[in-house]
Design a protein around this ligand. Structure first.
Ligand code: SAM
Ligand code: SF4
Length: 331
């Protein structure tokens, strides 16, 4: 096979698709999803695993190389390993990873690894049990997430990336403790700046904490050397303490725009192909697929309209495209 390369109109090579398999979640993280009032997708609106596979079989020969399964919480969707097995068999997909909140990972890690997941990102916003439960708004979350980390290590996922959304006055006092983890374990801790949605303006405005401030505090402890970071080609910039097995990464959608390096598109659980996380641009792939049409022109169109950058504004939902929660698009 002689694969093509997907390029957008700004010359960026697009080879990475984040596939959301559900908009539902077993947590209610304060910055991500409102406690109540979410309008869930109906079952018949969701892409089946077979439909997801069909879309990937069109995109892989066009140049798709990497797939990350996300959500909502992907592990709440029934029989996720079946989807993993299907994707792992698509010729051309070289890299298959999963983003999870970790709560159900203990029961699935081994099967997922056997099915073809190579790497996991696990979200953990605090190292303090009560804090995690308060941010996630579900009891006993911390204990289950920790069991998920242990299972991820036992299953041999490498690298393990830890996603930490920073919030002033909520968990910003744990920047040093999270960074200290990278001296003990080969984990890649990534601090993420909170992005505004229409439902989280109090947090994304009033509790915004910049990764620049996090780095400044860490540099006061020790040297932080810029490094290439683990595989994944994501938006994070990575640093390492001397001799640490892990790294500290920062994802700075607000303080430092990284869109010029963007290599991805997103497929929502109901089959909308989104060229950017934010904004209102999306192409319906589900209905043409169900009508038996060729998806290629729809995918090419989405590539052509991929915007140069997002237009998020701190503390405002201008630019978020009416998004209520990142769980709707896969984050
Ligand atoms: N449920 C999985 C999880 O929590 O990892 C996957 C989906 S979640 C939407 C993907 C990532 O987006 C998580 O790391 C989460 O912390 C992050 N996220 C959610 N809402 C966010 C927001 N408003 N700003 C920044 N990151 C956010
Ligand atoms: Fe669920 Fe992930 Fe959103 Fe938290 S960040 S509510 S775990 S989708």
């Amino acid at each position: 096979m002689n694969p093509e390369v997907m390029k957008d109109s700004f010359g960026r090579r697009v080879e990475y698709l984040r596939v959301s398999v559900t908009d539902k979640c077993n947590l209610r993280c304060t910055y991500c999803m409102p406690l109540e009032g979410m309008d869930w997708l109906r079952r018949d609106e969701l892409l089946s695993y077979e439909e997801i596979e069909s879309i990937l079989r069109v995109m892989a020969p066009m140049g798709l190389r990497k797939v990350r399964i996300t959500g909502g919480e992907p592990l709440v969707r029934r029989d996720l390993p079946e989807l993993v097995r299907r994707i792992a068999e698509v010729p051309g997909i070289e890299d298959l990873s999963l983003s999870t909140n970790g709560v159900l990972l203990e029961g699935f890690a081994e099967e997922l690894a056997e099915a073809g997941i190579q790497r996991v990102n696990i979200s953990l916003d605090s190292l303090q049990p009560e804090r995690v439960d308060r941010i996630a708004r579900r009891p006993d979350s911390f204990r289950k997430i920790m069991a998920g980390f242990a299972a991820a290590e036992a299953a041999g996922f490498t690298p393990i990336k830890v996603n930490v959304v920073l919030m002033a006055g909520v968990n910003d006092d744990e920047v040093e403790a999270f960074a200290a983890l990278t001296r003990e374990r080969p984990w890649h801790v990534r601090f993420i700046e909170v992005m505004p949605t229409s439902a989280n303006l109090e947090i994304s405005g009033g509790k915004f904490f910049s990764c620049r401030d996090a780095l400044r505090r860490l540099r006061a402890i020790d040297t932080l050397e810029p490094v290439e970071g683990p595989p994944g080609n994501g938006p994070a910039t990575y640093y390492r303490f001397p001799d640490a097995p892990g790294t500290v990464g920062v994802i700075t959608p607000m303080s430092h725009n990284y869109c010029e390096r963007c290599n991805r598109m997103r497929l929502t659980a109901d089959g909308q192909l989104r060229p950017c996380l934010f904004g209102s641009l999306q192409t319906n792939l589900r209905d043409p697929l169900r009508r038996g049409e060729d998806l290629r022109p729809h995918i090419e169109h989405t590539l052509r309209v991929k915007p140069e950058r997002h237009h998020l504004v701190q503390g405002s939902d201008v630019g978020s495209g009416g998004l209520v929660a990142l769980s709707q698009t896969g984050g």
